[in-house]
Design a binder for this molecule. Structure first.
Ligand code: ZN
Length: 500
């Protein structure tokens, strides 16, 4: 419809395009964005009054549209509780003994951190495990001991290839892991990174494991006078093909504690019922949260209103739901989720995937909407997650029937890990983001540079509501296609990504 209108306008107007009257859909989108991104909602920060206002507004809209509550949690209705927790290191203590002799180290030469609230290790022997690049040390060797590992990776390997070495050693029974840093990362880097570790979903395995970090100079001070009297010696041992872990003749005691902050927040989940829920469901998602007050005085405007990011996505899925609810009944159920904690690390999506309203493998397709309204209607359509799901042939068909074009490049995939559908995809749900915003990489990159996550992302004249309406039409057609059991019979078993 938008395409036909644009053509009409083109024929009527010869020289300069005059502003045309906004459609009712564009006005609805504008009203949603102006409400959700108003200063009254104070930047939609999880756990605040801004959350209450946001979820009340959306739930009211969704209820009026004719959606049903979708959490499937008795007593929760529309709102799936999500608890977020942040642990910040506060106490860090270490001491080392050779036999009965305590080794003197300068203060702050060892950084000890726990994933729990308070953890202790007392008088445990140190075992050197080299680079610990592969499974390596056996459970029997690690049990009751502290593994000492080199931070550097063996020649010819990357950090990505060696993976989470400390995690593996702890899983294999080490009481704690000491990482001997090289010159690449200093203690200060580790400390500042841990202080900014951020929130996680409570109930994720938080553990109470201890990790310690020492500088090369501290490692030399610990080793001095032993059979393995220097770090250079450890490094050359670790480089030999026949290397196997050995005891260092040292014991260590560690103590670490953290301060915990918790936020109680919610995902909003609704659904439009299909005629044949046994055939599975389609998922539409958009994150509702943003940063609250992110600027600091003397700046006059300190509220990060998050108009594009992501009042726009909420507006789009809400209006798509309205159109779908008035259309022909669909075969599959369609779930709508407004996720929390996206800006804190896709945490609402993680909570949804860990505690879904129906088993995740019942979702045949998931479509996220994040940051739309950046481009005028009619342009190419980008897929974030292009080439990564079995959804693509039908997406291409939908786009073709709408007389539109898919962007040729897969440049939009650069945003894959920065948005909620990434989490669904990690859980083997075919999940993508399909939008005209990601069909114009120049425009999205310009937004990232000048407006993204700043107080200037607010409801103003730069938002293209006609382009946003274009994305509504696209989401509607996508959902209709994937909710139709004839057009999309289901997930092809062999094409499920990530299954071993
Ligand atoms: Zn954001």
């Amino acid at each position: 419809m938008t395409g036909a209108m644009a053509l009409g306008a083109l024929l009527l107007v010869s020289a300069k395009p005059s502003p045309r009257k906004p459609t009712p859909l564009e006005l609805s989108l504008k009203a949603h964005v102006e409400t959700l991104a108003s200063d009254d909602f104070d930047g939609r920060e999880p756990g605040t009054e801004g959350e209450t206002k946001t979820l009340r507004y959306l739930a009211r809209q969704w209820f009026d549209i004719g959606m049903e509550a979708g959490t499937n949690i008795p007593g929760s209705g529309w709102f799936a509780p999500v608890e977020l927790v942040e642990r910040e290191p506060v106490l860090s203590r270490a001491s080392f003994m050779r036999g009965r002799k305590r080794i003197n180290l300068p203060p702050d030469s060892v950084f000890v951190v726990t994933s729990g609230l308070r953890s202790l290790v007392q008088d445990a022997p140190l075992i050197f495990v080299g680079h610990a690049a592969s499974a390596g040390a056996a459970r029997a060797e690690l049990a009751g001991r502290v593994a000492v590992m080199l931070d550097s990776v063996p020649d010819g390997m990357t950090r990505e290839q060696v993976g989470d070495r400390a995690g593996r050693l702890l899983d294999a029974g080490a009481l704690a892991v000491v990482t001997v840093l090289d010159d690449e990362r200093g203690i200060e880097d580790i400390v500042s990174r841990r202080k900014r570790a951020g929130y996680a979903v409570a109930g994720d395995r938080l553990g109470s494991e201890i990790e310690a970090f020492v500088s090369p100079a501290t490692a030399d001070a610990l080793l001095a006078g032993s059979a393995h009297s220097s770090l250079a010696r450890l490094r050359s041992d670790a480089a030999t093909p026949q290397f196997s872990p050995y005891l260092l003749g040292l014991t260590a005691s560690f103590e670490a504690s953290s301060r915990e902050t918790r936020i109680k927040t919610h995902n909003l989940i609704g659904k439009l019922e299909g005629r044949n829920p046994a055939a599975g469901a389609v998922l539409m998602m958009a994150h509702w949260d943003h940063f609250g007050e992110c600027g600091s005085p003397p700046a006059e405007d300190v509220i990060c209103n998050g108009a594009i990011d992501n009042a726009s996505g909420l507006a789009v899925i809400t209006e798509a739901a309205r159109i779908l609810s008035r259309g022909k009944p669909m075969d599959r159920d369609v779930y709508f989720v407004a996720t929390t904690g996206e800006e804190l690390g896709l945490l609402g999506a993680i909570a949804f995937a860990e505690n879904p309203p129906i088993p995740l493998d019942r979702f045949v397709a998931a479509f996220n909407v994040d940051s739309t309204g950046l481009v005028p209607p009619g342009g190419p359509i980008g897929i974030v997650g292009k080439g990564q799901t079995p959804l693509e042939p039908l997406i291409a068909d939908v786009v073709r029937r709408m007389k539109r074009k898919l962007a040729a490049s897969d440049a939009a995939n650069a945003y894959m890990k920065r948005q909620d559908s990434f989490i669904l995809q990690k859980h083997d749900v075919p999940a993508v983001m399909v939008s005209n915003s990601y069909g114009d990489m120049d425009r999205i990159e310009r937004f990232m540079e000048d407006t993204y996550h700043r107080p200037s992302d607010q409801a103003n004249a730069t938002i293209d509501y006609a382009g946003m309406a274009d994305d509504v039409a696209l989401q509607v057609e996508l959902v209709r296609a994937f909710a139709d059991t004839r057009r999309y019979p289901g997930r092809p078993a062999a094409a499920q990504p990530g299954r071993p």
